[in-house]
Design a protein around this ligand. Structure first.
Ligand code: ADP
Ligand code: MG
Length: 250
């Protein structure tokens, strides 16, 4: 279970997150919508502590992310402990971020071997299984430059899952793709959702949200304006700002 409580984040004078509360239960898919600049990426980056939080906290299965609690105070963890925690959290970026000098298989097994120190045979077996799940068994020895954007993003998804994370965060995973490649990545994500992967997905793909999300969250100006099941937030939004946004993207 992921719990975000009262999270505030500023860059200098700019308050980007102004008190975010969010609960994601195991196996659930939360889709985050909102206009550009509303703080969606910053929120994801706070969940895996790529950003320090000014106020509030994030816990995953009760463990504070990035911090250790002593009494009422939070103290930032050492880099090593932050890296260890981060292996519980998969992250799929807009621009794939694969290692260009490593093959598909090497990309997928790198972190489980080096950061989690799991046995190679076990990690390779899981990698082969995950690459089959995302439809890339035949590309296992290819290099990223030999793959389409959609294929690279599916490798990135397999790589995130190879950590056996408690939650996978997606930041606009299809935004950098040519339109004809979007579907194959969304299909791979739907398979994960069906298999019970806990996911937080920032996307503008309303169809995906409608079909896959348990909860849709609409953010604007650093706040969650409304959240609820897709049928409520997408089809009967209560707030004018949600309606205006959906009017533009639908
Ligand atoms: P979104 O993902 O919803 O488009 P972001 O979380 O990327 O929004 O950004 C929210 C706001 O924070 C924007 O105004 C952006 O310019 C600002 N911002 C994001 N990252 C930084 C940073 N590292 N330094 C300063 N401002 C930032
Ligand atoms: Mg963003």
């Amino acid at each position: 279970m992921v719990e975000v409580r009262g999270v505030h984040k500023s860059y200098g004078p700019l308050e980007v997150l102004r008190g975010i509360d969010l609960t994601v239960r195991p196996g659930e898919v939360t889709v985050v919508l909102g206009p550009s600049g509303s703080g969606k990426s910053t929120l994801l980056r706070c969940v895996n502590h790529l950003e320090k939080i000014d106020r509030g906290y994030v816990t995953i299965d009760g463990e504070y992310i990035g911090y250790r609690r002593v009494g009422d105070r939070l103290y930032e963890l050492k880099e090593r402990d932050i890296l260890r925690q981060r292996t519980n959290i998969g992250f799929v970026f807009q621009n794939f971020n694969l290692f260009p000098h490593l093959t598909v298989l090497q990309n997928v097994i790198e972190a489980p071997l080096s950061a989690q120190r799991r046995p190679r045979a076990q990690v390779e077996a899981l990698a082969a299984e995950l690459l089959e799940q995302v439809g890339l068994s035949d590309k296992i020895n290819a290099y990223p430059r030999q793959l389409s954007g959609g294929q690279q993003q599916r490798v990135a998804i397999a790589r995130a899952l190879a950590l056996r994370p408690k939650v996978v965060l997606f930041d606009e995973p299809t935004s950098a793709l040519d339109p004809e490649l979007v579907g194959e990545v969304l299909e791979a994500m739907k398979t994960l959702a069906r298999n019970g992967t806990t996911m937080i997905v920032v996307t503008h793909e309303i169809g995906f949200a409608r079909e896959v999300a348990d909860t849709v969250v609409f953010m604007d100006d650093g706040l969650i304006v409304e959240q609820g099941p897709p049928a409520q937030v997408l089809d009967a939004p209560r707030h004018e700002r949600t309606r205006a946004f959906l009017g533009k993207v639908l």
